[in-house]
Design a protein around this ligand. Structure first.
Ligand code: BGC
Length: 801
């Protein structure tokens, strides 16, 4: 049972979507307020400059190019209090009034900040650290740059739907360039939590259900954020999150417990974090959940045995927001003092958004409960991260000089619209297209309806960092532009996202400075009547429906996966007109689309497609771009089917399609399997695959095996598709998944063109974790499956000798 006193406090309210920056020019009317704050801070800065010395840490400059020696020298000069100060990461916002900030920093009581994205603010704080504090140790500035910074890219599920590692790396690179230009040094990303339970609102932020695909994306994003080195002025350090297993919270309810077998952990949930670390991620954010009874923030096995000893991680481990205090609520610490002791001993280097380390560590060291060596271990990691971000070489590396501060943070010249449009187009997944309803003719009369058709805020999705909704192109704008001077676009809102006042209140509570959800005050029946009226005049209806962005966010878990009733009522009325019905879905999780899939003529999954979403969707709707996105997560038929993931372990009584289902693994009132499988997505052209040809029927240990198919474009348009390679292990010492993705290639073909697509399989592709958690390949038979989704595949077998 939850304790009453744990009800969210008012300061909790300010933690979401994302945490508010010190000054908020990014938010509508807050612009003027932000500028006046900036002026005040600039005045404060002059005072600092008068008192400042050189901006270089007090360690021996001769050692600057030897990281370990430099840090050892610096640490030898630090008092215990200064060391503890380095372990504190503060959130800039209402819980940290700005009068206090500079004083605290100059006293050496803060190691880094997050949520401050403005040069003038960050320069003021860096001055306090790098010029005014005794040892002149620079701060770092972090932020949740999750799917873009000023330019917003599609949400995680959308990025993943592109299956295009080059494009995803480019999105992360662009995000880093924009964030670094805004004086940021670190992002809390990539978020690589595997999610198989769409009730969990943070499914939207991740990259789906598959360890292989998510691991590939983890690598691509780390490379993108950090570039050739996190020390570059246009790179930011990646902190992979949430370590670990946060996506497996029980029942999909956020912050709930995770209880998982070691086999599943190693096989399915841990690989993406490992991939990010192997790609060089400098940071790790520790998850809020417990794992098999021990909260991650107090989990020595997780943070030391696995992360540091097994995986060799040498970077910084940061707690999630307030997570150390939460150890008391998990019930593993009596009080804050014990919470701080558990966290530092487990290996949480920095405590985010609380003062626990500052308050408790001095006493714990004095009493001998925490050793100086344990403090030093974390201090070394924090200073090491600062070193790796290039901040000891130049604390102002990303802040730059005041004279170069951008006059307008949202200037178009600072945006990367072409990259955003390109990636947004790649992220769209065509789920249905009966009678080739799509693409539409530009000359048609189109009735555009739905509460998400013209909602710039929702286009961005949640965790849209410093994005500004005014920069977003909505679907209405995109279609208007595309049809200008040709057809007719009629528009009616048709419905609110929901008519449930409790849900509207909840969603509005998520944001700190303006309403999240616009409610049209007209009676629902009037809105529907208006929409039906324009539908009757049109050749085709395009309805933009789904969830408002806050419905797929942190703490936004759902018990239903359907499109809210207000929108369903609209869709029923539109269907009754008999006009062709195209649904443009905007949502951050797989939905139950049984009605929509049976009744719509075309279904286009667009997730939340970002700043350029409206253009990108219009490109697809009018056929300027042929969609090629593929689902990175299965869509269940109903909520009762969850979890519905393609790579589920085998069972003794599998359900066999077409046979009577008694005493086999199934739900008797529903078909087995997902509505739309992992890897699925249509194109405006058709593709066919030949049978699989293997180089040989056997593979020797340490050897390789080629597997190939011929892919043909059978239609009349140029198009791209993703050819997917799965492996099925016939028999092993532990129960294995029915199949696992082991490779994919995105291929473009002209009409009628055929291309041979070849995959190289090696022993690593056959490996799994056995009962002793050894990563092994066992001899025996394997099936290679190649297809355009995870279900419709061609097969061939070989033996590993
Ligand atoms: C979230 C993290 C985020 C952090 C800082 C937390 O509430 O769980 O994902 O990075 O806040 O904004």
């Amino acid at each position: 049972m939850e304790d009453d006193h744990l009800a969210p406090s008012s300061s909790h309210r300010f933690r979401l979507l994302p945490h508010p920056p010190l000054a908020r020019p990014s938010r509508g009317t807050a612009g003027a307020a932000g500028r006046s704050v900036a002026k005040r801070l600039a005045l404060g800065l002059c005072a600092f400059l008068l008192a400042s010395g050189g901006a270089r840490a007090a360690a021996n400059p001769a050692l600057l190019n030897d990281k370990d020696a430099f840090i050892a020298d610096l640490m030898s000069q630090m008092t215990l209090d200064e060391k503890i100060g380095q372990l504190r990461l503060i959130s800039i916002g209402p819980d940290m009034p700005r009068e206090k900030i500079a004083k605290e920093i100059a006293a050496g009581r803060i190691g880094g900040t997050f949520n401050s994205v403005i040069h003038v603010d960050n320069r003021m704080m860096q001055d306090a650290a790098a010029r005014k504090s005794r040892l002149r140790i620079p701060l770092f500035f972090a932020y949740d740059v999750v799917h873009g910074h000023r330019t917003i890219f599609p949400i995680g599920l959308g990025l993943a739907s592109s299956w295009d590692m080059g494009a995803i790396e480019r999105a992360a690179r662009v995000s880093a360039i924009e964030a670094a230009a805004d004086s940021l040094d670190m992002t809390f990303a990539p978020m690589v939590d595997i999610s198989r339970d769409p009730r969990w609102g943070r499914t939207s932020e991740g990259f789906g259900e598959d360890p292989y695909l998510v691991s590939r994306i983890a690598r691509a994003t780390v490379k993108g954020y950090q570039g050739p080195s996190p020390a570059r002025a246009d790179s930011i350090m990646a902190s992979v999150k949430h370590f670990a297993l946060y996506g497996a919270v029980e029942g999909g309810r956020d912050y709930n417990v995770v209880d998982m077998s070691p086999l599943r952990m190693y096989q399915d949930y841990l690989p993406p974090y490992r991939a990010a670390i192997d790609a060089g991620a400098g940071g790790v954010m520790v998850a809020l959940n417990s794992i098999n009874g021990i909260p991650a923030s107090a989990n020595t096995w997780l943070l030391q045995d696995l992360l540091r000893k097994d995986w060799g991680f040498r970077g910084i481990a940061i707690s999630d927001h307030g997570a150390i205090t939460e150890l008391v609520r998990h019930g593993v610490a009596r009080d804050d003092r014990e919470a701080a002791r558990l966290a530092i001993k487990a290996g949480v280097d920095m405590s985010m958004a609380d003062t626990l380390y500052l308050q408790e560590l001095p006493g714990l060291v004095k009493s001998g409960e925490v050793t100086v060596a344990e403090i030093d271990r974390s201090v070394r990691n924090v200073l090491g991260a600062k070193y790796d971000m290039g901040l000891f070489h130049d604390p102002y590396l990303r802040i730059g000089a005041a004279a170069d501060d951008p006059p307008d943070l949202y200037a178009e010249s600072r945006m990367h619209r072409a990259d955003a449009r390109e990636l947004a187009r790649k992220s769209l997944v065509l789920l249905e297209n009966r009678n080739q309803t799509l693409p539409l003719a530009r000359t048609a009369t189109v009735a555009l309806v739905g509460p998400l058709a013209d909602s710039p805020l929702d286009m961005m999705g949640s965790w849209s960092a410093a994005g500004k909704s005014e920069s977003s192109i909505t679907l209405r704008q995109g279609m208007e532009e595309a049809m200008r001077g040709q057809g007719r676009l009629l528009y009616a809102r048709g419905a609110n996202v929901t008519d449930d006042a409790r849900i509207v209140d909840y969603l509005n509570f998520l944001n700190w400075d303006h309403k999240e959800v616009f409610q049209d005050p007209r009676p629902p029946a009037d809105m529907i009547a208006e929409a039906v009226g324009i539908a009757r005049q049109a050749d085709v209806i395009v309805a933009a429906v789904g969830e408002s962005r806050g419905m797929s966010h942190e703490s936004s878990s759902r018990t239903r996966l359907d499109i809210p009733a207000s929108q369903r009522a609209l869709l029923h009325a539109l269907k009754a007109t008999g006009k062709p019905l195209v649904l443009v879905l905007m949502n951050g999780r797989p939905l139950d689309l049984q009605w929509e899939s049976a009744n719509a003529d075309a279904l286009l999954e667009t997730w939340y497609s970002g700043t350029e979403g409206g253009h990108a969707i219009a490109d697809v709707v009018f056929g300027d771009y042929n969609p090629a996105g593929k689902l990175p997560i299965s869509f269940p038929r109903s909520i009762g089917q969850i979890p519905t993931y393609y790579n589920h372990p085998r069972v003794g009584r599998p359900f066999v399609e077409g046979k009577p289902g008694n005493y086999t693994s199934q739900y008797f009132e529903e078909k087995n399997g997902p509505l739309y499988p992992f890897g699925y997505g249509l194109s405006y052209t058709g593709f066919s695959l030949s049978d699989v040809v293997l180089d040989s029927a056997t593979m020797a240990r340490g050897g390789k095996l080629g597997a190939q198919v011929n892919l043909k474009n059978t239609g009349t348009r140029r198009g791209e598709t993703v050819v997917q390679l799965y492996i099925h292990d016939a028999a092993a010492s532990v129960v294995r998944p029915v199949k696992e993705l082991r490779g994919f290639q995105r291929i473009a073909l002209e009409p009628g063109e055929t291309r041979t697509v070849r995959f190289e399989i090696d022993e690593n592709d056959l490996k799994f974790f056995d009962a002793r958690l050894q990563h092994v390949a066992e001899p025996g038979d394997f099936e290679v499956q190649i297809g355009l989704d995870s279900q419709d595949v061609k097969r061939a077998s070989f033996t590993l000798r």
